[in-house]
Ligand binder design. Structure first.
Ligand SMILES: Nc1ncnc2c1ncn2[C@@H]1O[C@H](COP(=O)(O)OP(=O)(O)OP(=O)(O)O)[C@@H](O)[C@H]1O
Length: 231
């Protein structure tokens, strides 16, 4: 499959936290529908890069262009609207709302967007099915395994039909079997839906699920590898 169209392009990003230069001159491109892994040692700037690309923080220098718009220059209101509609985010610990059932967690972004409850639950149920957690609808996050909770988080990230999912160490808290199952579900579903995934990981087995890997070192892109094997 070819993924030639750039969807998100960041050039020469720099970001300093206090006295730490988390990013310096980081240039990266995410193509439509591609699964891109960003790897690097702890502290190399992976999360900071994801936050800049997803419009969660603004870089000090450089540009982030998504679908022809400068994200780094968008007013806050436009930026949060765009994040809500175009981007999905998954973190290491799913960050599900503990008081809500799984189906309510998944349906929440739709409810917040004004979709009626019955329709929101119908769509949420379909995404739970795709992630293999149908049957867990009424469980609360504390009653699920880590792998199930991450699948629910992914269903929640995809329920609004984003163009890009940003996943920051989505399997970081899972054992290797659960990690493989969650990655396989994520990659399969993203490919089927044509969604691009920017996947942060320090685990090379997890990175191997991607089409391409870029390595960060001291806040800059060190290396880029294209995986030839189609998955
Ligand atoms: N909010 C912050 N305040 C101060 N320093 C920060 C902040 N966020 C990140 N840093 C520092 O910036 C550098 C890059 O951090 P970042 O979290 O982006 O790296 P990472 O590659 O994601 O690391 P890890 O794999 O450990 O999560 C580190 O030295 C970190 O300590």
């Amino acid at each position: 499959m070819s993924h030639e169209v750039p969807l998100l392009t960041a050039r020469a990003l720099a970001k300093t936290h206090g006295r730490t230069k988390a990013l310096r001159d980081a240039t990266i491109e995410l193509r439509a529908g591609e699964i891109l892994a960003v790897t690097g040692t702890s502290g190399s700037g992976k999360s900071t890069l994801l936050h800049c690309l997803a419009g969660i923080v603004r870089p000090d220098e450089g540009s982030v262009v998504y679908a022809g718009q400068r994200l780094d220059q968008l007013p806050d209101k436009r930026l949060s609207e765009l994040r809500r509609t175009e981007f999905g985010v998954v973190f290491q610990f799913g960050q599900l709302i503990p008081e809500l059932t799984a189906i309510d967690n998944v349906a929440l972004p739709l409810l917040l967007a004004g979709v009626g409850r019955a329709e929101a639950h119908k769509r949420a149920g379909a995404w739970m099915e795709r992630f293999g957690v149908r049957g867990q609808e009424e469980q609360r996050p504390g009653e699920m395994s880590g792998g199930q909770a991450q699948r629910v988080s992914m269903a929640r990230a995809l329920v609004t039909g984003p163009k890009i999912v940003f996943a920051d160490e989505p399997t970081g808290a899972l054992d290797s079997l659960a990690s493989e199952q969650v990655m396989a579900a994520m990659v399969h579903t993203a490919r089927e839906a044509g969604i691009a995934v920017l996947l942060i990981t320090h685990d090379h087995q997890v990175a191997a699920y991607a089409d391409r890997e870029v390595r960060l070192r001291d806040g800059a892109i060190e290396d880029s590898v294209d995986f030839e094997v189609a998955q």
